[in-house]
Design a protein around this ligand. Sequence first.
Ligand SMILES: C[S@@+](CC[C@H](N)C(=O)[O-])C[C@H]1O[C@@H](n2cnc3c(N)ncnc32)[C@H](O)[C@@H]1O
Length: 210
Amino acid sequence: MSDQHYWEQVYTNRSVPQECSLFAQFVRQNYLQLPHHVIELGCGNGRDAHYLVDYCAQLTAVDQCKAEITRLQRTNHHPNLKFMVADFTHLPIVHQQYDLIYSRFTLHSISSAAQQRVLSWTKKAVTASGWLCIEARGYRNSLYQRGQSVPNESDAFIYNDHYRRFINLPDLVAQLKNQGWQIVLAREDQGFAPFAGQDDYFWRLVATLP
Ligand SMILES: C[S@@+](CC[C@H](N)C(=O)[O-])C[C@H]1O[C@@H](n2cnc3c(N)ncnc32)[C@H](O)[C@@H]1O
């Protein structure tokens, strides 16, 4: 379940924020360095990619939405920024290519099986001492358990025509530790992504490979 049609419509209507997210600013301030090669998984309208690219050496931004990525490719003039149409749950295996792997509000858009694929790809794709930076919805988010349950998928619901799978942060932390990641930050809180007058709970996770 990737909700591609839903997102295509959202971007066609341009009903999404244009300014960069607070998470992008947080990552830039705390983890991003100028020589870094970065990949963004699920870049949407490119708002965070356009911001982050000025603080790194090279940024590849991937999304499944062909029309939106085509628009971004046409209008992008930054030499270090590349937009690509791709399913980020099926990226080709590369070895130690990215210093920072960035995912905002995309891990909860995919199934748990797809998440496993992304995490195993991530481990191969990140450089030694590189960063994995994720922001997503967890159990404390106000939409948790709203809408219709998705069959055969824990904690996934269709609400307002839209798929969301709520990720239990302690479970993800345990899974990443098992895979050898060192957890630098794992926190579910308010203040991360206030939107339309509401300050809901989201979680942030930053991990590195020691
Ligand atoms: C909630 S939006 C977040 C967009 C952007 N990261 C932001 O914070 O504004 C989720 C995005 O993930 C993309 N996405 C979801 N599943 C995907 C997949 N399997 N491959 C590529 N893109 C995907 C959607 O097309 C959508 O643009």
